[in-house]
Design a protein around this ligand. Sequence first.
Ligand code: ADP
Ligand code: MG
Length: 220
Amino acid sequence: MIELKNITKIYNSKKQYCFQALNGISFAVNDGDFCAIIGKSGSGKSTLLHIIGMLDTFSSGEYFFDKTDVSKLNERTVSKIRARSIGFVKQDFALIDEYSVLDNVMIPLYPIRSAEKKKKALSAIEKLGILKLANKYVSQLSGGEKQRVAIARAIVNEPSIILADEPTGSLDSKTAADIMSVFKRLNDEGKTVIIVTHDMGVANQCERIIEISDGEIVSQ
Ligand code: ADP
Ligand code: MG
């Protein structure tokens, strides 16, 4: 379970530039929820998702992950939680083009034994219906195929939570619908899914919609 209480995020840079991207965000996401975070470009969606995914810190407020206060955890523990429990599908796939599909999906598995690694990665790839692409280079794939690889990589550690930043943003509508059905299936299997989007059509396919504008929740 994820609980955010009055989260703010202020970006600071050395040139004394300061920007408040999130202003008092509070909501909870229960295990098994299928939730959309919607808002215009620049509203703070990616910032919020990165905080939830523990890829970024927040400036004030509280974040409880399964009742644990995230701000009290050291970097090592945060890395462990991230690796075991959270699968992140980054915007624009964030794959390594000159690696094969299999090598991309194996990236999050580096601490485990090699034979087991390959088996786990192939099983995630199979789950996404792209087993025949396993040895292709990512640079040879279509957008929809790349997104499936990115999702396979996100689920390879069997996380309980999947976070996806604009997962349909660069796809045509038919491919976008296919990808949404992948998330629906993962949610049906019991995974918590949180999708960031600026597309109401995508958000409407989720069970819950949280709308943000200028770093604040305007409806949920
Ligand atoms: P969205 O994903 O909704 O388009 P973001 O969360 O990426 O919005 O950004 C929210 C606001 O924070 C934007 O105005 C953006 O310019 C600003 N911002 C994002 N990242 C940084 C950063 N690293 N430094 C300064 N400002 C940033
Ligand atoms: Mg964004």
